[in-house]
Design a protein around this ligand. Sequence first.
Ligand code: FEO
Length: 666
Amino acid sequence: MYCTRKVQNDLIWVGADDRRLVCFEGVYGVPDGVSYNAYLLLDEKTVLFDTVDKAVYGVFLENVAHALGERKLDYLVVHHMEPDHAATQELLLSRYPEAKVVCNAKSLAMMKQFMGCDLTERAIVVKEGDTLETGRHCFRFLMAPMVHWPEVMMSYDETDKLLFSADAFGSFGALNGRLFADETDFFAEDIDEARRYYTNIVGKYGPQVQAILKKAGKLEIACLLPLHGFVWRSHVGDFVEKYLLWSSYAPEEKSVLLAYASVYGHTENAANILACMLCERGVRVRMYDTSVTPASYIVSDAFRCSHLVFAATTYNAGVFVTMENLLHDIAAHNLQGRKVALIENGSWAATSGKIMRELLAPLKNMEFYEQSVSLKSALAQGQEEQLAALADAIASEIVPAAPAQAAAPAVPAPDAVDKKAFNKLTYGVQVLTTRVDGKDYGCIINSACQVASGEPKKLSVSVIAKNYTSEMIAKAGKFNVSILTEEAPYSLFQRFGFQSGRDTDKFADLPYEDRTANGLRYIPEYTNAVLSCEVIEVKDLGASVLFIADVVEAKVLSGDPSCSYSYYHAHIKPKKNPAPEQKECWVCKICGYVYEGAELPDDFICPLCKHGKDDFEHVVPVQKQKQKGWVCTICGHFEPCEGELPADYLCPLCKHPREDFERAER
Ligand code: FEO
């Protein structure tokens, strides 16, 4: 019995789930199954996009027959020749002898290789940019070599903005009835299998994926239709963003992958101790025994984590086989830009550390910790210190620095805290200041919030992690919050918000140098209160750092209303002036008289110099080419960019991350 789902009125999913497959491509375990997606379009012409693996050919053929009804099949579009999508081509084409095969030259050659038959007579061979009109729809073909084989191509429907993306944007896991990604809690429940699919299937080809993402970035995409996994009809950008990140090899999170290979448990013991030490230091650890967990899962987390620790025993004068396989696999997938620590073990001649390093060293931008740990059979008395030193080194790069001066709980001086100062807090804008080594730092925030009203009162501020002020507060352990009023001029926002304290003294030329009792500067103008705080807790929020602090001093500076974030956007941030409109006109070449309009009558006589139409020049305003890009919602900086901004992009003015940008055309 057929089992299909409607993608939209004229497009039917005719694929199938496979839950009996043990290993996809013979190597990647798929405990949750996998789907082979194929789609049938019912336009004036009928088009089948790809076929399926032979394991599910029965239901697939029923699906196609049911979806077609009485109609014949006009075209089979072949995006990818790997047999999980092409194994049933021959059978399909024998059932529908009138169907033409739409493919590129590489696919045509592979058809002969796989099936032993020459389909040239039935083929419509397409190349980059060629189109296929099917009635209401018009498909444009985009070549996507090495995503994941050289013949791969995609189809873009100019009409409904559908992108048939072949293996790209696929995922492991059977659909289980949920055709669309919005029918599951994808980013909570399914993202791991999507990452494992990406990293293992196309992870090696990051530059090629980036190339097709660049092409796709120029397209309006309403729906992504991959050959495995969910169809994306909403939040397409969220998933594309993941692909941008993965294909750049940038880690998804600051965390540690700890993989170990242990024969009798001693190497495992050292790995466990290190894991405990890392967790005690606030580091997130993902840990695997390479003899138990299949490599594809560990490779996937190697792409995810910023730091990698490998611990392995020496075996046959080499490195233990499961670790050796894993590292070969990681190298084969071209991982790059990670910080690596190694723990070796050997009872008489430990060589595993050297070999592990040799396997990973050729990869691009891999850095190794000097603190490698060498065990002789087992962790010896005193070697915990080596592990602790390694844990310290790793944690110092992952966990925001503990506040240098967060010692005893702050005890505010009597009457130092004016409670009325808290009444000035709104969802507004503030200047955050601190001081390290005799230098003052500051930035604009919109996050100051009272989080506890007991004594001492507590305030939290969140600051962009890459913002220099954030780094300085972590060192200083204290900060001031000056609450801005509606009178604050835009220049104040430019001063503290649109430049970096790394290379600029933001306080230069200010006509005042007011400080609170803690020695930090505050802003006495255009502010209505200042709160002095001592940091008691630091939380890594990924792109931002949250500082929770005791308020040790608070004073009201004026009765002016606080500047809310919306007030800033509505009344302080400058509005762009629309460019004056240019009109089509005719200009007299003799006297300069301007006749507005597209058409100048043949018998027109210049009212000034009395010359005729022949002496007029037709002026057509040049249609200003709009430039595509991204605009920073914080400071208004416009970044010309056709596609997506890089995952680690920071606004050059205000240093906010790309999450604070929105698409714009100027
Ligand atoms: Fe899903 Fe590359 O095949």
